[in-house]
Write a protein that binds this ligand. Structure first.
Ligand code: M6R
Length: 589
């Protein structure tokens, strides 16, 4: 994670760096810092906390600099662990994880060097200094050869105060040229602008930003051609539009987003190639993390039910290390809002190397995942700012349900139409306001359970993740039938149990678990489209959902659980948009 930026140009660097860091803050907000040349000397300003803490650095005058917003991996969130890290004539910012940092640190300590931070990144600046004999580029390349792990680096050297040197291995990095300057950043939105040409660095490549040119090199210092990134510039300044938080605003967009995404895959430029792979698929493997994984679980359920094609959803961080079997005619769907999640990228890469056709389901057109995939099925959710995914989940579901319904029909099977889903979402959104009245029962809960069966279980998992993420309450998503095998021991008087009940054939079975929990003192909150469940005597409170095909019900039911997490978070005095310890895009393992 972490976001890095750099600038070399005609304007003052500090405002460019600070504006870029603001746009990258979704990658981490534990600390932030900048380093700017003032003449030949480096001015470094770092602060614990958010980028806004750096405002005092805006007046720095230099025209070359680097900046960083941190999500802590090695070392606590603190000023001393904030980047840039400096040693001798060098300063750098780093995103990634250096896996052999301890061994390299030992070498430095043996030379008598001392460290100011607990970070793996500070080791890199020491290593560059140790490799330096007057050639800046050669020193960075030599140091990079010794690093194990992932890195995107932007480095300054006071012997070359007009230059920013960049390196990339398994962490995203783009460079740009235009508007009188040269830029580098972890992600395109931080440098995109009218007239700015953008280029992506490939793994193992280096770039030098100097004067009016960017030069690209391989690990031996040989020039390599640039990889231009085509993008359409849209001034995309996220605004809350009167909502107290981005999360609430993003939830309000769900019905419109759902309407857009049911047929979104048909618009893919690679549709005919994807269609061939889809129709020929003997199995589907989905790889994803977090909320996207939950979308994968829902989709796998729909693919099997509607199309009778074997489909499994995999947690990407597990898939990548389990030596996965990828038989011929496997379609791999990599689902990722950001398209930058390191584990999802690695899992997708493995599936592709082992012969799968790789389709990316992502919200970000120019992401690393889109570059890796054979086909891109873009979700049209618009920019999502809140760390807790909401509308992007509904967009993923609708796109994937659309694909499943299409495949079912191509196979001569029936699939319910998706046309009425947006209306159901609109009704669910207003029904969800009822949960404001539930918050008091959750505020101090020792643990919260979300239970369901079939597709409802996946909704329960996502509801539980949302609650954990932004309220910090311990919670579990549980298959209703499993409660009695252990978790029931945790139920006490007034333990909140949220029962999701939309699968008619399984409703009675889910209710068995509800009875068992109720009998042990649980307070039952029902989220259901079945009036008899909503009115049952066990339910302390319920939200009655609008009817929708049960294959697709997670896209509607989840709205109530998103709202519940939001209102409990606000009632606990948290910032639901920026939960502690989390970042929007998880670009480290
Ligand atoms: O960008 P991605 O969809 O690949 O991100 C995956 C997860 O990190 C993400 O869904 C995370 O779980 C969200 N914060 C959940 O709200």
């Amino acid at each position: 994670m972490c976001g890095i930026v750099g600038y070399a140009g005609k304007d003052r660097a500090a405002p460019v760096l600070l504006d870029g860091l603001q746009k990258l803050e979704y990658r981490g907000y534990d600390s932030a810092g900048v380093a700017v040349f003032e003449g030949n000397s480096l001015r470094i300003v770092k602060k614990k906390g958010r980028v806004k803490e750096l405002e005092g650095a805006r007046s720095l005058c230099g025209r070359v600099g680097i900046g960083h917003t941190r999500w802590a991996t090695h070392g606590a969130p603190s000023e001393k662990n904030a980047h840039p890290h400096a040693y001798k004539q060098f300063a750098l910012v780093h995103n990634g994880i250096i896996e052999n940092a301890d061994a390299l640190r030992e070498e430095c300590l043996a030379r008598g060097e001392t460290f100011l931070s607990e970070t793996d990144s500070e080791v890199v600046v020491h290593l560059i200094a140790a490799c330096y004999a007057g050639d800046f580029g050669a020193a960075v390349r030599a140091a990079a050869k010794r690093l194990k792990g992932s890195y995107a680096l932007a480095v300054l050297c006071s012997d070359f105060p007009d230059t920013v040197l960049c390196a990339r291995q398994s962490s995203p990095l783009v460079v740009g040229k235009g508007r009188g300057g040269l830029f580098v950043a972890s992600d395109l939105p931080a440098i995109a602008g009218e007239g700015v040409e953008v280029f992506a660095l490939a793994d193992g490549e280096f770039a030098t930003l100097r004067g009016e040119e960017i030069s690209f090199f391989d690990g031996e210092g040989k020039p390599v051609p640039p990889h231009a990134v085509a993008y359409r510039f849209r001034e995309d300044v996220p605004e809350k539009r009167g909502y107290a938080h981005f999360m609430k605003k993003e939830m309000s967009e769900i019905p419109a987003v759902m309407a857009k995404n049911a047929a979104a895959f048909l618009e893919s430029p690679a549709f005919s190639s994807f269609r061939r792979a889809l129709l020929g698929a003997e199995r589907i493997q989905i790889v994803a993390c977090g909320t996207a994984y939950h979308a994968g679980l829902c989709a796998a359920h729909a693919f099997e039910k509607l199309c009778r094609v074997p489909c499994e959803a995999n947690i990407a961080s597990e898939y990548r290390y389990r030596d996965p079997i990828v038989p011929p005619n496997t379609l791999c769907l990599a689902v990722s809002q950001s398209g930058e999640t390191a584990d999802t990228l690695a899992a997708a890469q493995i599936a592709k190397e082992r012969g799968a056709y790789l389709a990316a389901v992502t919200n970000v057109a120019y992401s690393s995942l889109t570059r890796l995939a054979d086909a891109v099925l873009q979700t049209e959710a618009g920019r999502e700012v809140a760390v807790a995914a909401t509308k992007s989940f509904n967009a993923q579901l609708m796109l994937l349900y659309g694909v499943a319904a299409y495949l079912a029909r191509e196979k001569g099977r029936k699939a319910p139409p998706l046309g009425a889903m947006a209306k159901a979402a609109r009704l669910a959104l207003s029904a969800a306001e009822e949960v404001r009245g539930w918050t008091a029962h959750f505020l101090a809960a020792k643990s919260v359970f979300f239970v369901g069966r079939g597709a409802d279980y996946f909704t329960a998992l996502e509801g539980s993740l949302k609650l954990k993420e932004i309220t910090y309450l311990p919670s579990e998503g549980y298959p209703a039938g499993e409660l009695k095998h252990g978790a029931l021991a945790l139920i006490e008087e007034n333990t909140p149990v949220v029962a999701v009940v939309t699968q008619k054939g399984l409703a009675e079975k889910t209710m068995n678990a509800v009875h068992e929990a109720y009998a042990r003192g649980a307070k039952i909150f029902a989220v259901t489209d079945l009036p008899e469940v909503a009115a049952c005597k066990e339910a302390f409170a319920s939200v009655l959902l609008p009817p929708c095909p049960e294959e697709y019900s997670p896209a509607v039911a989840v709205i109530v659980l998103q709202a519940l997490a939001y209102y409990v978070s606000v009632a606990r005095g948290n910032d639901p948009d920026k939960p502690r310890n989390l970042a929007k895009s998880v670009t480290v393992e």
